[in-house]
Design a protein. Structure first.
Length: 91
């Protein structure tokens, strides 16, 4: 369980930083982090970091796919965690 917590802290930190880095690169007209990679980080457990980064850096806030998609990923992750905790943890 301790390693899961470490993983979640790491992936959310990376997701948060990726939003900031992509925003910085966009402002400078440089190579960008793909939207697919940003969604992959969120799906891999970094949805809280992605959402926090999106609003902190005001990045991708006009994209409906991010405004709806990132919270949807978070809800699905919470539902899956609850299901695992409630129904599978005792076995």
């Amino acid at each position: 369980m301790k390693y899961l917590l470490y993983y979640l802290i790491l992936i959310n930190t990376v997701s948060f930083a990726s939003m900031g880095i992509d925003k910085l690169k966009a402002a400078k007209g440089r190579w960008r982090i793909s939207e697919k990679a940003l969604f992959l980080l969120a799906t891999a457990g970094g949805s809280i970091g992605s959402i926090a980064g999106m609003f902190t850096f005001r990045h991708k806030t006009k994209h409906l796919s991010f405004l709806a998609g990132l919270p949807a990923i978070l809800v699905l992750q919470c539902a899956a965690a609850y299901f695992i905790w409630r129904f599978l943890a005792d076995r």
